[in-house]
Design a protein around this ligand. Structure first.
Ligand SMILES: CC(C)(COP(=O)(O)OP(=O)(O)OC[C@H]1O[C@@H](n2cnc3c(N)ncnc32)[C@H](O)[C@@H]1OP(=O)(O)O)[C@@H](O)C(=O)NCCC(=O)NCCS
Length: 165
């Protein structure tokens, strides 16, 4: 497996990967499917993007991880912070894909002067919470009862990782 920066040509494969996670439900906060255009806009060409890496094996893209500075006016992050999202192919999790991506993301964050990485995770996403905890993230906040599209309230746990300079 190699880890490399995402390029425009990866957008369709990245959309396919995340859509399989969205269909299962219960982990990612995304509820609507992506296509290549929306994936490129969100994870490859986003002006606030710090980095997006893909993990690739002989069969193609098996994971990706994006890091972006504050881009949501309704949820501003402090100066010097960036938020992270990680996705590994359904069926091949817990084999090191997410960790391999994070090694590259941290290195890039440090070079970009990012002091703190935020991970905002659904409180019912036990796997996601465990993953970020294993990487060294610690809780710093909780958003109560953020509604899903059908109105179901789900808390969000906010974790932070302080980038060593
Ligand atoms: C969360 C996710 C990205 C983790 O990726 P991954 O490739 O499985 O992660 P790794 O194999 O590198 O795991 C790193 C550590 O976290 C642990 N871990 C990862 N997923 C876990 C799970 N579901 N349950 C328990 N522990 C888990 C691993 O066991 C490993 O622990 P170790 O350090 O003791 O070896 C992946 O499960 C995924 O894509 N989930 C769906 C999307 C999602 O929830 N993303 C997070 C919110 S953005």
């Amino acid at each position: 497996m190699i880890v490399r920066p995402a390029v425009q040509a990866d957008a369709a494969a990245m959309a396919e990967l995340i859509n399989a996670i969205i269909v299962i439900g219960g982990t990612t906060a995304y509820e609507a499917p992506f296509d290549a255009v929306s994936m490129e806009a969100s994870y490859i060409a986003l002006p606030e993007l710090v980095s997006c890496f893909v993990a690739e094996d002989a069969g193609g893209v098996v994971g990706f991880q994006g890091l972006m500075r504050s881009f949501d006016p309704d949820d501003p992050l402090p100066e010097g912070w960036a938020t992270i999202g990680t996705f590994a192919s359904v069926g091949i999790t817990q084999r090191g894909i997410g960790s391999a991506l994070f090694a590259r993301t941290v290195e890039t964050a440090r070079m970009a002067g990012i002091a703190v990485i935020d991970a905002t995770i659904r409180a019912d996403n036990i796997g996601g919470l465990t993953f970020y905890q294993r990487l060294g993230f610690v809780d710093y906040d909780r958003l109560s009862a953020v509604p899903l599209r059908d109105g179901t309230p789900v808390d969000r746990v906010r974790k932070r990782f302080d980038v060593q300079t």
